[in-house]
Design a protein around this ligand. Structure first.
Ligand SMILES: Cc1ncc(COP(=O)(O)O)c(C=O)c1O
Length: 433
């Protein structure tokens, strides 16, 4: 089959790889919950000539000339992000989610200070203090986690005990692998009792929050929300930092107060941590924020959640053991060892053969190492963008089950691959429309 990517390159090696990747995306189904497909408009903005421009600083306060259009596009992205998430301030410059989190830590903490974050095997992200990261070398991370892994309920009593003992300066809500709902009000109560600021890393949930389908932590007392822009938010690869407080001149060092968080953060992103912003990506973020404010995006977010409910149910009906026995959001963690006595990496590799992309992931109390963990993480943001609905979830589960059952039968795997491809072709990539 011919790729529909029409762009011609004199560099034939890169052109061939782009076309191959296009076909892989078109003929497969993306189940990795942190991935999505952007619109043609987002893609075009990202590929625009804003990439030619250096614009160190912030709108109206740049270090180089020629900034009329970069100022306007960045201000548009800022205004749209603030409106979408009801934040006092938005910094749209972080190159991705990890730099956004690091900038917040550096804006508020001194080396050796304590941050309280979710246990890593229960869903916390690498940037929430995984020992090999730079943040974990600078700051002291303490943990909260589930009271019961069968329901996923967080042990808030224990969280308070640990917080009183360790006096964190930041309490961080957020995850990349937790399929249940956090009680943000309880986080705020605990933060108030110990004098910590409240930070939400909503990289996974941002699109569902923007659509009004999930609660916005900033509405209930959180001070800061970081996010990637490329997951459920369906924008370019990038990061944002939203905060509450007053914005003052970023050129002047403010005192370290909660009210000054926006300026402290701005100064930490630039010049503290990054150099010139990527205005082409910021233009694409502005487009994504515009799209996320449209009524169709609300329907999309609702469908993501509806699909996840059915997918989880179908999986459980077919012998898959889910961590916390279900999901409240867009992601599902499967205990593959308990389900089919294979590890998560084996499952990922088997599904890859037939064109279903998923990723292996640690699960609570995992007995296996991180590179070959017991869990497999899947989700519905990308397949919902392609247009899949509730009735398609059962078919995905059948393919997963058959691929695992016939994993040593090349002929059967070829048949399954063809079935997935024939199905996927009916759902074009949005950037091809
Ligand atoms: C919760 C969370 N925070 C931060 C990140 C880091 O984002 P990036 O990979 O864009 O740096 C991720 C990425 O998966 C994430 O899930």
């Amino acid at each position: 089959m011919q790729s529909r990517t029409k762009a011609e390159y004199s560099d034939k090696e890169v052109e061939a790889l782009i076309n191959k990747e296009h076909l892989r995306q078109l003929l497969g189904l993306e189940l990795i919950p942190s991935e999505n497909y952007v619109s043609r408009e987002v893609l075009n903005a990202m590929g625009s000539i804003f990439t030619n421009k250096y614009s160190e600083g912030y709108p109206g306060k740049r270090y180089y000339g020629g900034q009329d259009n970069t100022d306007a596009v960045e201000q548009l992205a800022i205004d749209r992000a603030k409106a979408l998430f009801r934040a006092d301030h938005a910094n749209v410059q972080p190159h991705s989610g990890a730099p956004a989190n690091i900038a917040v830590y550096q804006a508020w903490l001194e080396p050796g200070d304590t941050v309280m974050a979710m246990k890593l095997d229960q869903g916390g992200h690498l940037t929430h203090g995984q020992p090999i990261t730079s943040s974990a070398k600078l700051y002291n991370f303490v943990r909260y986690g589930m009271k019961d892994v069968e329901t996923g309920e967080i042990d808030y009593d224990q969280m308070l005990v640990v917080a009183k003992k360790t006096k964190p300066k930041i309490i961080l809500a957020g995850f990349s692998g937790y399929p249940r709902t956090l009680d943000y009000r309880k986080f705020v109560e605990i933060g108030q009792q110990v004098g910590a600021i409240l930070m939400a890393d909503m990289a996974h949930l941002a699109g569902l929050i923007a659509a009004g389908e999930l609660e916005n932590p900033l509405d209930v007392g959180f001070h800061i929300m970081t996010s990637t822009t490329h997951k459920t938010l369906r924008g370019p690869r990038g990061g944002i930092i939203l905060s509450m407080g007053e914005v003052s001149n970023p050129l002047k060092a403010p005192s370290k107060t909660i009210n000054n968080l926006p300026t402290l953060i701005d100064r930490e992103v630039f010049p503290g941590f990054q150099g010139g912003p990527h205005e082409h990506t910021i233009a694409a973020k502005a487009v994504a924020f515009y799209e996320a404010a449209q009524p169709e995006f609300k329907l999309y977010a609702r469908q993501v959640l509806a699909n996840a409910q059915i997918l989880a149910q179908e999986l459980m009906n077919n012998g898959f053991k889910l961590v916390t026995n279900g999901t409240d959001n867009h992601l599902i963690q499967i205990d593959m060892m308990k389900s089919y006595k294979i590890d998560g990496r084996q499952a990922q590799e088997i599904l890859d053969i037939i064109g279903l992309s998923a990723n292996c992931n640690a699960i609570p109390n995992d007995q296996l190492p991180p590179y070959r963990p017991s869990g497999l993480r899947i989700g519905t943001p990308a397949i919902t963008t392609r247009g899949l609905k509730e009735q398609d979830m059962a078919q995905i589960v059948i393919w997963m089950k058959e691929a695992i059952r016939y994993r040593n039968d090349r002929k059967k795997l070829n048949i399954l691959t063809k079935e997935v491809q024939d199905f996927a072709k009916n759902f074009p990539l949005p950037s091809d429309l």
